[in-house]
Design a protein around this ligand. Sequence first.
Ligand code: APR
Ligand code: PHB
Length: 389
Amino acid sequence: MKTQVAIVGAGPAGLLLGHLLRAEGIDCVIVERASADYVLGRIRAGVLEQITVQLMERIGLDARMKAEGLPHDGFNLADGDRLIRIDIHALTGKRVMVYGQTELTRDLMAACEERGLQVVYDASDVTLHDVDSDSPSITYAKDGASHRIDARFICGCDGFHGPSRKAVPAAVGSAFELVYPFGWLGILADVPPCNHELIYANHERGFALASMRSETRSRYYVDVPVTEKVEDWPDERIWDELATRLGPEAAAHMTRGPSIEKSIAPLRSFVFEPMRHGSLFLAGDSAHIVPPTGAKGLNLAASDVHYLSSALIGYFKAADHDGIAGYSSRALARVWKSERFSWSLTKLMHRFPSDGAFERRMQLAELDYIAQSETARRAIAENYVGLPL
Ligand code: APR
Ligand code: PHB
């Protein structure tokens, strides 16, 4: 098979990129290792920045998000006693959209056939070839046969564990990583949220997050040591911990119920440079990972895809080579600023085992400063809603 752009990975990054290219008449094929059900079964966060909403609007796939999503004007930080509201709309003029990123992936997936976006699922042994040349290719196995796709460009949207990043020669690539000494234990339950906006809490006992998927479905998290196992956390223990860590106001409005999903996810900050090598581009989790504290994962993939789709459209439709030449540096500039925000909010809101009494006082003093300073709240707000592209 021959195409203009071969995309590895049918997660949100690969699907969003594929739709944006197809909408401009650019030939592309997505090769996905897993099944569609597996992709939809991945645990994902639930906050969308304006850039992500705008890209869904651009490809005309925003209807369900607008019908079922919850526009939020603010969110809260909590220090164990009080809620500190960050009024992101008043401070930035923007909002965030609370809408399950799994639902966004579902919307992208459902539109592939009608839009002529070809996705090959259940492809094994996906291998990239000749990425240094102007005629790279992908080979894969499916249904007992070997297949080859020749393309002008390959876009690696295959997540942290995919093969694309590994196709960049070691002498060319640089990785930057920080692994956190805790994970997030998440619980999904069909109960109404305890607050109409998100609450990120830093309590003596640790971090908690109260989020939601709708007005009848809630998503909560507590941080736990990386050694913990889900089976050590029966629902009641999680609800008790959430009630303590979120503080009395949230606890008073918290509705308990049976978990319909419960899992522990590790936290890391990771960036790989460059995000382009020859005819290979990286976008999304294949190039970077953020701790979920700032809800940046999918939204950073969206900004990568915004830059990359513009660059590829410019190349194929206007013979403009500047976009592809500048993609890596342009994307990385925003990646690093989002990495900084996610890292700093994680440092502010979590109890690190290595922290002593002084570090605890620094956290409480910073939260007190944020409570009293509109300037501090504006700095947080403009990062949370997403920095300008
Ligand atoms: N061949 C083909 N596909 C592969 C391979 C491979 N060898 N390895 C991984 N993949 C696929 C995965 O199965 C997955 O569907 O690549 C896809 C990568 O998707 P994600 O991991 O969701 O990454 P991305 O699309 O960059 O999403 C970015 O969205 O919801 C958030 O938290 C999520 O931070 C993530 C963000
Ligand atoms: C979620 O709703 O799952 C969620 C929300 C905000 C975050 C992380 C996760 O920062």
